[in-house]
Design a protein around this ligand. Structure first.
Ligand SMILES: [Zn+2]
Ligand SMILES: [Zn+2]
Length: 148
């Protein structure tokens, strides 16, 4: 951590934490584009109208503190979601065998620079949420998912 420059600069270290502060992490090299997911599982995991995630590679991620507070919940056959066992903050969306994971962007303390570029699972959105046209949305997921 020799870098003392602004957290805002792309390529610098992003910092994040859970609500109670027990879990702290750092990400080097920035995150991918953000996406809003309106599926019912993301809505429940976040307790919100939608979940916002950004792709992060495991290589770029460092858990600085609170490893003992990270719990995992398997929400579907190949997906595990992690959260803090003290405050309940949802942290990661992890697909088995993937080189990276989806970071729950709401836990970032730094500006990720990247912005939301897509909304997915619009057909499962909350009935009380008025869907916006921007960023563009998909009823399910774009077929070529995985690009950055
Ligand atoms: Zn916590
Ligand atoms: Zn979802």
């Amino acid at each position: 951590m020799a870098q003392n420059q602004s957290k805002q600069a792309e390529g610098s270290v992003l910092e994040g934490s859970c609500l109670c502060g027990a879990i702290r992490y750092e990400i080097r090299g920035g995150v991918g584009n953000l996406s809003h997911c309106h599926c019912s599982m993301c809505r429940k995991a976040h307790g919100a109208a939608f979940g916002t995630y950004a792709p992060v590679s495991w290589d770029a991620f460092t858990l600085v503190s609170g490893k003992e507070h990270v719990r995992a919940f398997r929400s579907s056959a190949e997906v595990t979601r992690t959260f803090c066992d003290r405050c309940g903050s949802t942290l990661q969306f992890i697909r088995d065998g993937s080189p990276g994971f989806g970071l729950a962007v709401g836990t970032l303390d730094s500006d990720p620079i990247r912005r939301p570029t897509v909304q997915i699972w619009a057909r499962d959105k909350a009935p009380w949420w008025e869907l916006q046209d921007s960023p563009p949305y998909y009823e399910t997921e774009p077929s070529d998912e995985g690009g950055s």
